[in-house]
Ligand binder design. Structure first.
Ligand code: ZN
Length: 308
């Protein structure tokens, strides 16, 4: 926009046409939410009718097929899938999406996120955790029919995606380790939308399981404080990684939740007591059996190790 205006002004100064022509209008995108059956995770479909960006792939092929069907209702233009971070509930649906949407471009904002995905998929395969999604076991010499993550995922050359009608999605991917080692958030001025991925959880127990150290948890809290300040005046709608779209208040709520979980993990005598204490504080939060249970186990183990 600035370059367009300044070129026009230069043209005027040089005796060119004095009238400033309006810049081409941006085609306003829409956003649809697929709240997945598994993991209470979201995928988002942002489309301007001429092309589509899908944000995250969900954890299962069946959820991913539903996301593909949703994307198809928005037109048959090119589709780009952006994976925000290297957790399985955000990337295991890649294979099904690629099968459903021929020509799908799969991207991440930085090389480290591709590395996180490959590392996580390899670890899960080794643990026997991909038996329900065997096609998503990584391709190796021993498993030549496995999924070629590195060959499928492209690292974006710059932190932005542009829809065919001109709407820009601005990506931020330079966060220090928080909920994941690397994280991407996405802002759309045209939608008034900030997609926080897993920096925000809305009425869903947050992941503080394996990989989330106490230091990462406190960095996550500070990151939420900074995001609150950064976005206070623009007041975008927040599209979280887990739970329904909402407003900026979810940032403080997630920060408070992290503090509560750390405190409860330190203070409780057993995992069961910690679980009961968190459920008492958050009776309506979803996903007790996996997200809460794994977070308590990890944070209590970390607290016990640091007390030794
Ligand atoms: Zn997640």
């Amino acid at each position: 926009m600035h370059r367009f205006l300044s070129l026009t002004l230069v043209a005027a100064a040089c005796g060119g046409p004095a009238a400033v022509t309006a810049p081409p209008a941006v085609v306003r995108p829409t956003v649809d939410v697929h709240a997945a059956a598994e993991s209470d995770v979201n995928a988002y479909v942002v489309s301007d009718g001429r092309g589509t960006v899908i944000i995250d792939a969900t954890r299962s092929s069946s959820d991913a097929r539903a996301v593909a069907a949703l994307a198809r209702t928005r037109g048959d233009g090119p589709v780009t899938l952006l994976i925000t971070h290297g957790h399985p509930d955000h990337f295991l649906g890649i294979g099904a999406l690629a099968a459903e949407l021929p020509g799908l471009r799969v991207v991440v904002a930085r090389q480290e996120i591709e590395d996180d995905i490959v590392g996580m998929a390899s670890w899960m395969a080794g643990e026997g955790w991909l038996e329900h999604e065997p096609a998503m076991k990584p391709r190796t010499e021993a498993n030549p029919d496995g999924f070629d993550y590195a060959g499928t995922i492209e690292v974006l050359p710059e932190p932005r995606l542009v829809l065919p009608g001109g709407a820009v999605l601005e990506l931020t991917a330079d966060y220090a380790p928080t909920e994941a080692a690397h994280m991407t958030t996405i802002y759309s001025r045209d939608l008034g939308a900030l997609f926080t991925s897993d920096l925000a959880y809305h009425d869903v127990h947050a992941w503080l399981g394996v990989g989330v150290t106490v230091e990462a948890a406190t960095t996550w809290q500070r990151t939420l404080t900074r995001l609150e300040a950064d976005w206070r005046s623009a007041r975008p709608t927040i599209y979280p990684g887990h739970g329904a779209p909402t407003d900026l208040a979810v940032l403080a709520a997630t920060r408070r939740y992290i503090g509560d979980l750390l405190e409860v993990a330190r203070a409780s005598a057993t995992d069961e007591a910690a679980r009961d204490a968190m459920i008492a504080r958050y009776p309506d939060h979803a996903n007790r059996d996996f997200l809460l249970a794994m977070s308590i186990a990890n944070q209590r183990a970390l607290a016990a190790a640091s007390a030794e």
